[in-house]
Design a protein around this ligand. Sequence first.
Ligand code: FAD
Length: 454
Amino acid sequence: MQPRPTSVTPARVAVIGAGPAGLAAAARLAEAGISVDLFEASAAVGGLARSLSLWDCELELSAHIFRSTDPFVSRLWHESAGELVEISLRRGIFDGNGVTHYPITPLRILRSLGLLVSVQSAVGLVAGRLTALGKPAPENAEAWMVRTYGRQLHERFLCSYAEKLWGVPCHQVDARFPQFLFQSAGSSQEGRQSFFYPRAGNSAVWNNLSDKLTAQGVRIHRETRVNRFITDNNRVTGLVANDTQFDVDHVISTMPLGLLARLALPNEPAVAAAASTLKSRSTLLVYLMAPAGKHSDFNWLSVYPDTYRVGRITDFGRWLNRDDGNTVYCLEYWCDAGDELWQTDDRALAELACNELNRTQLVGQVTALKSHVERVPGSHPVFSLGFQSSIDCIQQHLTTLSGISSVGRSGAHGVLGMGESMESARDAADQVIGRIGQLGANRATGLTNRVAAD
Ligand SMILES: Cc1cc2nc3c(=O)[nH]c(=O)nc-3n(C[C@H](O)[C@H](O)[C@H](O)COP(=O)(O)OP(=O)(O)OC[C@H]3O[C@@H](n4cnc5c(N)ncnc54)[C@H](O)[C@@H]3O)c2cc1C
């Protein structure tokens, strides 16, 4: 008979990344009374959802609208958000001539394209569907769009935008991207006329939440990058961050999935090969402060034509109330970290942004008084053709290693929003809580004094 343990070592859980997902995982674990160490590579919390304090106001990294119907995630966000302001939601697609409201609906297409082009598009749509009858579902974005909506709508509403965003021709983009853009995201946002925004900006949410976690006993290690895992018998038993080793029983990671796989399974060639195919695009955000003139009537405008390099414009004037008579625009450029655009100097980027904004004629002629460039590496996990099989391969190998899970936007290699990233982290935390509960039961009956296998 095994001896009954006299004292029980509390389970040690490490959470990697203090973005929305990592903070949500830590909050869930802390509420369950579990000991948590949260590791964050940068000095700030909030990850991609942080805001910037610039020119006496809080500015978001382009759009950052919080949505979640999950009770835990929604409560967590609302408890930390402070005063909220309701802002009318107006998004559109600028096609070089005019603006179509997003999400796209048949009526909006009719209004934007006019009767003749709409009829031609409808004919193209029917032709696309008839030609596809009996054929397997297309894997690439171009073929999927042509089959689902016809070539005219593909060229008008996806082709150049997808190529700008992902940096590859549309036939090299996975069909899941237009499905997400026009079906899942579109339908889930249909009918929403407004959103709630924390008056103090999104960073206030993440700072308030991290303060609360610290008060609950969560140890937040800022400027501490995790760069190695220790494993024993197919179980993660520790991690190394800033040259210090931490013993752990469970890890919930929000770092990019490919990187996690390489660090956790360094001797698996199949994992290394799959991880090398998972790429991320980066974003350059060019902020321009200018005298408030005409507003665009939109919070966010996606800019589709390839004659513009800019991909999206945020008109902060729709909800910033500056008393100095100025407003702020943000122009979003997608690129690869280190490429020619990424390396362009800030002054040239500000000039490019100002010229492009003026060329749209959406806000009159803008003369920028100040500018700021924010470089955001790895902002968009790329939907390259076949990326799902790389994810499946990595996930399959990760299941051979117990005590680790990968969650959040980059952890799932998907275009997850804040709410969805937090929900995935909450799920992982619940699984850990379940395992630790099981461990406690096992310990009470003297079955083991180590963490139970997954
Ligand atoms: C331009 C833009 C606009 C967006 N608009 C919206 C929107 O309107 N609505 C919405 O819901 N979402 C939006 N998002 C998405 C939103 O930002 C993400 O869903 C959210 O930030 C994901 O949270 P996360 O915690 O999973 O990842 P992240 O925010 O990426 O946080 C991950 C954290 O992990 C840290 N980290 C990574 N590796 C390590 C390591 N090895 N060791 C320690 N720390 C590490 C990083 O420093 C980072 O802080 C937008 C994103 C972008 C880029």
